[in-house]
Design a protein around this ligand. Sequence first.
Ligand code: GLN
Length: 386
Amino acid sequence: MNPVFANLPVSVFEVMSQLARTHEAINLGQGFPDDPGPEDVRRKAAEAVVSGWNQYPSMLGLPELRQAIAAHYRHWHGLALDPDAEIMVTSGATEAIAGSLLALIEPGDEIVMFQPLYDAYLPLVQRAGGVPRFVRLEPPHWRFTAEMLAAAFTPKTKLVLFNNPLNPSGTVFGRADLELLARFCQEFDAVAVCDEVWEHVIFDGRRHVPLISLPGMRERCVKIGSAGKIFSLTGWKVGFVCAAPAILRVLAKAHQFITFTTAPNLQAAVAYGLAKTDAYFEGMRRDFQASRDRFADGLRSLGFPVLDAQGTYFLNVDLAPLGLNEDDETFCKRLVVEHKVATIPVSAFYAADPIRSVVRFCFAKRDATLDGALDRLSDVLRRSPA
Ligand code: GLN
């Protein structure tokens, strides 16, 4: 058996969701909303499955969806993408990431990654033969500097795997951060695979800047998006990849032998959804922001040190100032077993030298769910081992 997968533990999201079921806990671990998602988009999918085409769609994705993606990114980010040569639909962003890594990495290539990193990244890089070079980000700001990048990039750097906004920290990297990263990509002739699935889930009036939109990056970026995150339909697993034709051609070769294609009714419904007015996207942000604020205020009033949450479905608590005598994993186990609230220990997002004091909560839930969780958390700090 291949040791990369044979030696892997079960994903922390699956473990915590299973513990949540066993202990009948409120699940604020795995990131998915309570809300069923926009009804008109779901109806489109239902109609399309009853009256539409249910055989293999085009390998690159339904033309109407590729056109909708191009129009969406032209409108939101001023990007000019050719729907026939620069856009491909995948079965979720994870497939897009796996395919990009398989297609672009040659054994021995070095891959720059930022910790905390999404748990799928490292095994996929390793299975593709890549050698990881980590940039370690830390609370409370989770920012990278020129010195940190200089320590990670080498003449062997082939690729940077970059998640913005960043899960789990909820950090939104802005233009200055991106310019710094772009400078290193150009200097070391590296391609950036940009996991931007949280691009629409950002708060406080922020605007998402795709790395591919920066000068000099158009030919060396793979931009990955996710309908699951854009429409709060995480189970749909409809993702998309945008890249210059020379890169996309190779990514398509990987995709054709991984999933080949994606359910056509879901693609049709996503095409419809991407054309929604700005009001829909702004309303979605407003609703998530209200949930973030409600939950952050509640946690603060219970004495939890809450970190800034600029985007994603997640907010984090740093236990370090509380002086508790336990690490994040022990804390999370105790929370789910004794207090019946499931969360995610952020050390699970580090492959080396983990931060062990930060716990991630998913706030993309109804008020009643969040209030119920706060109620269950109300005596955690009073009962904590000092
Ligand atoms: N993206 C989700 C999260 O961060 C997890 C998805 C999964 O369970 N694979 O919580």
